[in-house]
Ligand binder design. Structure first.
Ligand SMILES: [Zn+2]
Length: 373
């Protein structure tokens, strides 16, 4: 408890400290290289368990790390986020340095916005929220099912309910859209976020992921897990992908078409390929024996990208397959499929209750605008 309190004090002091330094994680950076470049003993990495070595390879390009130094420039503390929930914590001790994994403390705020469209849904929402990530997300989802340019008229209404996480006074990770409504020539089009995807009022999915299983595997050797972090016991570790045990040399195919954003060697993942599929979807393939694609090239769904191996931190040949939605890891086994979902039974009932509640909230924030545009 005292430890947690001290940590919170440190975190708070970070927000105002003049010696706190923000460092952006660059492409291809590994924890080992990071330690080396900051003259921190490499044993901090070598002493990690295999699972933790793999986890430390999860740090995403563009992540913001914080480095706190004393007046003489000696590093006192480093925080490196590896997901929305967990960060690597390196801190000075009497003997040198220590490393552990600790929860990320964030504040979640729900925002509700409503407006009458004057210029374009994109322009107006951006001006109202000042949040380009949120604006892009909302417009991209709607574009899947509606031709916005063609059907929207001036004074059509738009409303969004979403949550945003804040870390050290700044927005952190991506917004979560709970519900939205956009009018097209006075016709209401609602959408509701539910279990990692979006549905309309009739519980039909709006955005369909179209990912295919990238490998013929024998069994799942380690399932996906958010490993919800216990702040005191500090035992559970997340596993941001699924390990698919397969014969050495089994071909690996792109789960969907997209652009290869990384093909190279990275820490615990060994030979790794990452593909950006657009719409905020990214896939990662780790521990390959051989890569057969290059950074920057375009691949088609089902195209060969490499072979199963055991490179990096691995106890036997397997594919570590990761799927990210807006940089947030999601369970690949729940997303690999070829058709849109339609909710049924008790799940549908649960969704409809939630949707009705959000529909009322959206209508409530829209009614003053409707009466007085
Ligand atoms: Zn794995």
């Amino acid at each position: 408890m005292i430890r947690l309190f001290m940590l919170m004090l440190l975190l708070i002091s970070f927000g105002f400290s003049a010696v706190g330094e923000r460092v952006v994680w660059s492409s291809g950076m590994s924890l080992l290289a990071f330690l080396e470049s900051h003259s921190i003993p490499l044993r901090l990495y070598y002493n990690l368990s295999n699972a933790d070595k793999e986890l430390s390879s999860e740090v995403q390009v563009g992540s913001v790390c914080y480095i706190l130094r004393d007046d003489l420039g000696k590093i006192l503390q480093i925080l490196i986020p590896i997901s929305e929930d967990v960060q690597i914590h390196i801190y000075a001790t009497k003997e040198g340095y220590s490393l552990d994994f600790i929860p990320i403390i964030t504040t979640k705020i729900t925002h509700k916005v409503a407006l009458s469209i004057q210029k374009s849904p994109y322009q107006d929402l951006l001006e109202k929220t000042n949040d380009s990530v949120l604006t892009n997300q909302v417009i991209n989802i709607y574009k899947k099912s509606i031709n916005l340019e063609k059907f929207i008229r001036k004074n059509d209404l738009l409303a969004v309910i979403y949550t945003r996480k804040y870390r050290l006074g700044r927005t952190f990770s991506t917004p979560e859209i709970k519900a939205a409504m956009i009018e097209t020539n006075k016709k209401s089009n609602y959408l509701f976020g539910f279990e990692d995807t979006f549905y309309d009022l009739k519980a039909r999915e709006i955005v369909g992921f179209l990912l295919e299983m990238p490998v013929k595997y024998n069994r799942i050797s380690s399932p996906f897990s958010y490993g919800r972090f216990h702040p005191i016991l500090k035992q559970t570790r997340p596993h941001y992908g699924v390990d698919l045990a397969a014969t050495y040399g089994t071909p690996i195919y792109a789960a969907a078409s997209g652009r290869v954003i990384y093909s190279g060697y990275r820490g615990g993942y060994g030979n790794v390929v990452e593909i950006n599929h657009g719409d905020g979807i990214r896939t990662l393939y780790g521990h390959m024996s051989k890569r057969s694609t290059r950074s920057g090239s375009f691949v088609k769904k089902g195209q060969l990208i490499g072979y199963v191996g055991s490179t990096g931190v691995s106890t036997g040949p397997h594919l570590h397959f990761g799927v990210y939605k807006n940089n947030r890891p999601v369970n690949p086994m729940g997303i690999v499929r070829t058709t849109k979902k339609e909710l049924k039974g008790t799940k549908k009932q649960e969704f409809l209750r939630l949707a009705r509640n959000y529909q009322e909230q959206l209508d409530a924030i829209l009614s003053p605008i409707e009466q007085n545009p």
